[in-house]
Ligand binder design. Structure first.
Ligand code: ADP
Length: 429
């Protein structure tokens, strides 16, 4: 039975009891059993009792309603605190709220992941001990606000963060107890890119400086001690030409790398005949290969022909890989170029297999880095710039593909990659 009905039922029974009392008294008075004053007095007491009961009930109802409103308000604040906490939890960046005792009042999910799952309630200096952080937090807690700059925090796992501390002004209910907010902004990849750029500039300068120093040295010799020596002139000019040509190749490779990077997010859409392309590259490098007694073979499955590719860039890929195979292979060996259709029929699998010295496993992961060489002296002697495989990698990245390298010392190396085969449109669609 519902509450209001019960209440009214109670009221009804009370009313009827009082009515019955009054009726009985009236009856008793009419037959002369009680005096009029006595009956009136008892009746009045019964009515007063009924009124008092009614007032009490109304007061109770009012109080119930008030406490229901209070409860509702309380749970609303609770929900918004909870909502705030869960929103902060979803932040990808670590964040801490610190109270006046320098204790962690709240740590979001990312902060717990970074600093430990049981950090709530601990002193914040257990985790951030940098003197500039300590100063900034002390200042904030003592009410001296200002720009405290950025604090660098680096973990043992080489993750770096820029940490900022800001005051949280007291007074707002939700922030009770919280005095400062500590925000972590991850800069690991930014620092890595910065380091890579600095390394690249240093490497490129070094690569250009070496031949330039040698050219300057020869010029000095030719103008000084070898001024009248025709033989020396001939020899030195030859070396100077080789060095100058190497510098030109280096600059060409650097320019082509930056051009490729500029087109990184422009997916190629031209249809290219891969058999023709490979045939023409083999023709152009046949000369250098023949000098070293290296021979190329090309084998392709019957249904391999068209691929979606930027033909100039894929020509560059084959040129670099075949030149390397010819350069680094042992004399009188073969280099096998192969084109097959991948399992799903959506890609052509291209591979270049040489019978050269092979590459040790520890070098494989770094081989496509700019200027990374297994044997720098040998690469330089062969006229290498150390950029060939980096160019290959970046071109393949633009083609949404990657270079796979498998090698066995003493047996040879296989370089392979995939290129998409254009898909015929369904005639019904
Ligand atoms: P480089 O101009 O030095 O040839 P690359 O980027 O083309 O630069 O190649 C990087 C290094 O990888 C080379 O210096 C060489 O040590 C190694 N390398 C590349 N291709 C082969 C190969 N087919 N066999 C053995 N080593 C290779």
């Amino acid at each position: 039975m519902n509450e209001p009905f019960k209440e009214y039922q109670g009221l009804l029974t009370e009313r009827s009891t009082v009515a019955a009392v009054i009726f009985t008294l009236a009856l008793m008075w009419s037959v002369g059993q009680v005096t009029f004053v006595g009956a009136f007095f008892v009746g009045a007491v019964a009515v007063a009792f009924l009124l008092q009961l009614e007032i009490k009930r109304r007061m109770e109802r009012l109080e119930n309603r008030r406490s229901a409103i209070r409860e509702k308000r309380k749970s609303k604040t609770g929900t918004s605190v909870l909502l705030g906490a869960s929103a902060l939890d979803r932040l990808p960046s670590p964040l801490l709220l610190v109270d006046a005792d320098k204790k962690i009042a709240f740590a979001n999910e990312s902060a717990r992941e970074l600093l430990g799952t049981d950090i709530d309630g601990n002193e914040v200096f257990l985790y951030l001990r940098q003197s500039n952080f300590v100063t900034a937090l002390d200042n904030i807690l003592e009410g001296r606000f200002g720009d405290f700059g950025v604090i660098r925090y680096t973990t043992s796992k080489e993750r770096s963060f820029d940490v900022t501390v800001a005051p949280v002004l007291a007074g707002k209910k939700m922030n009770d107890g919280v005095r400062a907010i500590v925000y972590f902004y991850e800069v690991t990849s930014l620092l890595r890119t910065e380091r890579m750029r600095a390394d690249f500039v240093a490497n490129a300068s070094h690569e250009l400086r070496t031949p330039l120093t040698s050219v300057l040295g020869f010029i000095e010799t030719l103008r000084g001690p070898a001024v009248g020596d025709l033989d020396a002139h001939k020899r030195f000019l030859g070396i100077m030409q080789t060095e100058a040509e190497r510098m030109v190749r280096l600059i060409d490779d650097l320019l082509s790398l930056s051009r490729i990077e500029m087109t990184r997010y422009m997916a190629p859409n031209a249809v290219t005949d891969i058999n023709k392309l490979v045939g023409s590259v083999i023709n152009s490098v046949k000369g250098i290969a023949a000098e070293r007694g290296v021979e190329f073979t090309y084998e392709h499955e019957e249904n391999v022909q068209d691929v979606v590719a930027d033909s100039d860039q894929i020509t560059q890929v084959f040129l670099n890989l075949l030149t390397n195979a010819a350069k680094y292979s042992d004399p009188n060996t073969k280099v096998h170029v192969k084109a097959e259709v991948g399992r799903t029929g959506k890609h052509a699998l291209l591979s270049i297999t040489d019978e050269g010295p092979g590459i040790a496993q520890e070098h494989l992961a770094r081989l496509t880095e700019r200027f990374y060489r297994v044997d720098t002296a040998r690469s330089r002697k062969m006229g290498g710039t150390g950029l060939g495989l980096a160019i290959v990698k970046h071109i393949l990245l633009r083609h949404n593909s990657g270079l796979d390298i498998k090698s066995q010392l003493g047996k040879g190396t296989v370089f392979s990659f995939k290129l998409p085969i254009p898909q015929k449109k369904d005639e019904n669609s």
